[in-house]
Design a protein around this ligand. Structure first.
Ligand code: AMP
Length: 363
């Protein structure tokens, strides 16, 4: 199928790589549009398996299973950015992969991501590739202290990174993360962290949700508040930047872009996620079209929906045992979404609650 082909009809089968909560919420949205989902995940306990009519439990390097999956679906998407490149290439040869393999390649590797953003004149914190301890020492002089040393791949929720506050921290940080490929970033003394979720359709049209203001606890997103308490100029700039990234990637689907807002009011991109994003979960409670439906529409070649917001909202992640208090603590204007995970562990995202306020409109 090429891009000129029409929209996928209701009843089509959407293949989703990954069976976590994002896959689960994508499957629920797909069902509302009359689509069937087929979820592929190596973990038989995947939360998305509860809500999908079709599933494959197999590893991402299992070619016969990937081939059977490709044959059984009309389009392939994914709910996590660490889909192995070989699996993505294998599937892309057989069925449309949306977003495309280039979005994965850029988002999987912090260095590729920063290089891509820099080429596209999108500001990021000063950074350098760190092949060895000697380069780390010289780049620390160049970039300055404090700085953050990160693995280029497979880091999330603060995993795979060390903050270097003084020169004597450098050796321990390097020893903890090497021999994985590393990148050093200047530490951004940010005022706030905000993010934008943007969608781009098969026809190239875009629709962005308003920025969310994010707070983290123990490196894990705890709360997203919308409207973000930023100037309208900053909000527009963030939306403009996220939209430019989607265009530069020739992207199809929903993309999350995380920003630092520096104390001087400058926006720097921290990272991009080629998927629906935790900081976009607020959209399911208060947007005309939420991020999950928007992603399904985009990858099926349907027109994008209206991302307008109907009320103010605060999304709170429920981490570990916090989920157990939901039945007693739930307020009337709160909408819970629990992921059905069998086991709650410290640091594990178990669900979220959207607390719906009045409508004040964007500032
Ligand atoms: P990341 O996995 O890169 O998104 O980092 C997780 C969190 O660590 C971010 O949301 C920030 O709160 C913090 N962080 C990461 N990189 C930096 C940086 N260069 N400067 C300041 N804080 C950072």
């Amino acid at each position: 199928m090429s891009r000129s082909d029409g929209p996928l009809p209701p009843g089509s089968v959407i293949g989703i790589l990954g069976g976590g909560q994002l896959g689960r919420m994508l499957a629920l949205a797909a069902a509302r549009l009359g689509m069937k989902t087929h979820i592929y995940c190596p973990d038989p306990q995947s939360p998305a398996f509860d809500v999908t009519p079709r599933k494959t439990v197999a590893d991402y390097d299992d070619e016969p299973s990937l081939a059977a999956f490709a044959a059984a679906v009309d389009v392939v998407t994914y709910e996590f950015e660490n889909v192995p490149a070989a699996a993505a290439a294998f599937l892309a040869k057989r069925k449309p992969l949306r977003p495309g393999a280039n979005a994965l390649a850029v988002a999987q590797d912090r260095l590729a991501e920063k290089a891509f953003l820099t080429i596209n004149r999108i500001p990021v914190a000063p950074f350098a590739a760190i092949p060895d301890a000697g380069v780390l020492a010289s780049e620390l002089r160049e970039i300055g202290l404090p700085a953050v040393l990160k693995t280029t791949r497979l880091g999330y929720d603060g995993k795979g990174q060390r903050t270097i506050r003084k020169r004597s921290d450098a050796a321990a940080a390097f020893a903890a993360l090497a021999p994985k490929p590393l990148v050093l970033e200047a530490f951004v003394a940010f005022e706030k962290e905000i993010s934008v979720v943007v969608a781009r359709g098969l026809d190239g049209k875009t629709a962005a949700f308003e920025p969310a203001e994010n707070t983290h606890r123990d490196h894990i997103l705890k709360e997203s508040r919308v409207p973000a308490r930023v100037s309208s100029k900053t909000a527009s700039k963030a939306v403009e930047t996220a939209t430019a990234i989607a265009k530069a990637l020739d992207y199809v689907g929903v993309l999350g872009v995380e920003f630092f807002l520096s104390k001087r009011g400058k926006l720097l991109v921290n990272e991009i996620a080629p998927r629906v994003h935790n900081s976009g979960h607020w959209t399911e409670a208060v947007s005309i079209t939420d991020q999950f439906e928007q992603h399904i529409r985009a990858i099926c070649g349907w027109p994008l929906g209206d991302p307008s917001r109907l009320a103010d909202v605060v999304m709170e992640n429920l981490i570990g045992d916090e989920v157990l208090a939901v039945p007693q603590a739930l307020k009337r204007r709160s909408r819970p979404q629990l992921y059905g995970k069998a086991e709650s562990r410290p640091g594990r995202k178990m669900g979220h609650v959207n607390r719906i306020g009045a409508k004040t409109g964007p500032k």
